[in-house]
Design a binder for this molecule. Structure first.
Ligand code: UD1
Length: 423
């Protein structure tokens, strides 16, 4: 098992270029199943999840050409099966993204629900609610879900989402583009990744209006064609490097970041005393000098609120500022696994239900910690940069799922970080 070792690094300095967004590229790749024509996706990050998605597209019969770095060409001329490969589905929750396109194109999809997970525990109920509204029959079995459009195909409808789920909005969008008539998604997710997906679908010939608002309108079309599309920059990676500057009291130019996508992070960093300036091609974050950074509370919310994916990296930062902060997680039920790991490093954080209290002002020390999930892994790197001694991070496959060249990028900013491959 590979590990990442991080030593106390002093202030990070320099510039870092943000890659294409993981959470955008996965649905974009899934959308290529909607057409028999070739689609070309550019600015594709080199990530483990992207590799899984390539394998998944191939498993459905698509031809995937990734010979050019950063570019994925997909031609799904023939869909050879509509049954998801349970092993690939197990590897990545975003494999559910194939449901909408396959249902729309082939009228049927069989989605494994791996590991005996019931739908209740790992819910896709809103995705299924959307498909049902479009006229599909949903058969829930113990370890798989079968969704069938019936002889008439899918038919547009008004769908209200009880929660603005990103995945459900994307799946319903991809199903509705080929449905007959008009679909309206109410209380839709507004994330930039939804807008990116709608932009690709519209290039393919779809008729989607108002993506990025909470009411998306889709006029179904007969067929879609190929398109070329570049992935938006990763706002979560951008936020992580903004925090790398903040936690180390450094100065980092986060190039390619889109300020409008990271407003709450900018705002919260400023509140705690960090200087954030917009540049022609990104965001400059300066926490250097002997200024005192202070506590600030955060509450995660669907976009445009504070992103849940930045909650754990931000918490790592808050352990180092003056005063007590409160982090409230409202999007996911169980997203404080990193607290145990930060406490191994001396953070002294307490949790109650969905609230974490961070006393702040702590001198962290290196420890053996786990990357309990992708973003928690990023939090461990950040904490390791300012902890005394060495932080040894295990289970780093989580980090590699979503951060391109993570060690190289941190190193270029002056971090003392190394990946060690162990058997
Ligand atoms: C996406 C992101 C993930 C991010 C999350 C929230 C991708 C590949 N992943 O995940 O990084 O943390 O958005 O910003 O884009 N829910 C239901 N029923 C459903 C669907 C979701 O109850 O049918 C619940 C989930 O359990 C969770 C909440 O809604 O508590 C948010 O989930 P959702 O917005 O769907 O997140 P994902 O699309 O899975």
């Amino acid at each position: 098992m590979s590990k990442i070792f991080v030593n106390n690094s002093g202030p990070l300095m320099g510039e870092v270029e943000i890659s294409g967004a993981k959470n955008a590229v996965l649905p974009l790749m899934a959308a290529t199943l909607l057409t028999a024509d070739e689609c070309v996706i550019e600015s594709v990050p080199d990530l483990a999840d992207v590799s899984v998605m390539k394998k998944m597209l191939a498993s459905y019969g698509a031809q995937v050409d990734d010979s050019e770095p950063g570019v994925v060409k997909v031609k799904a001329e023939n869909i050879t099966t509509v049954e998801g490969d349970p092993e690939l589905v197990q590897e990545m929750r975003a494999s559910t993204m194939a449901m909408g396109p396959l249902l729309a194109r082939c009228g049927r999809v069989v989605q494994p629900m791996p590991g005996g997970c019931t739908i209740g525990k790992r819910p896709i109920d809103l995705h299924l609610k959307g498909f049902r509204s479009l006229g599909a029959k949903v058969i829930e079995e113990e370890d798989r879900v079968i969704i069938e459009a019936g002889p008439e195909g899918l038919k547009g409808d008004a769908i209200y989402l009880d929660f603005p789920s990103v995945g459900a909005t994307e799946n319903i969008l991809m199903a509705a583009v080929l449905a007959k008539g008009t679909t309206i998604i109410e209380n839709a997710a507004k994330e930039p990744e939804i807008v990116d997906l709608a932009n690709l679908l519209n290039k393919m010939g779809a008729k989607i209006k108002s993506a990025g608002t909470d009411m998306i309108r889709i006029e179904g079309v007969e067929r879609l064609s190929g398109a070329i599309h570049g992935v938006i920059p990763d706002r979560i990676e951008a936020g992580t490097f903004m925090l790398a500057a903040a936690i180390t009291r450094g100065k980092v130019h986060v190039k390619n970041a889109i300020p409008g996508h990271v407003r709450p992070i900018i705002s919260k960093l400023k509140e705690s005393g960090v200087t954030v300036e917009l540049t022609d091609d990104g965001i400059f974050v300066d926490a250097s000098g002997d200024r005192e950074l202070v506590a600030t509370d955060i509450k995660t919310l669907p976009y445009p609120g504070f992103p849940t994916d930045i909650q754990s990296p931000f918490m790592a930062f808050l352990t180092t500022v003056k005063g007590k902060s409160v982090c409230r997680e409202t999007v996911f039920e169980n997203r404080f696994m990193h607290v145990v790991e930060l406490n191994r490093m001396g953070a002294d954080i307490t949790t109650e239900n969905r609230e974490a209290i961070i006393p702040g002002g702590k001198k962290l020390h290196g420890a053996k910690v786990r990357a309990t999930d992708l973003r928690a892994g990023a939090a461990m790197i950040l904490a390791g940069l300012v902890a005394t001694g060495t932080t040894e991070i295990s289970e780093i496959y989580h980090i590699e799922r979503g951060y391109e060249n993570v060690v190289k990028k941190f190193k270029a900013l002056g971090a003392d970080i190394v990946k060690v491959d162990e058997d």
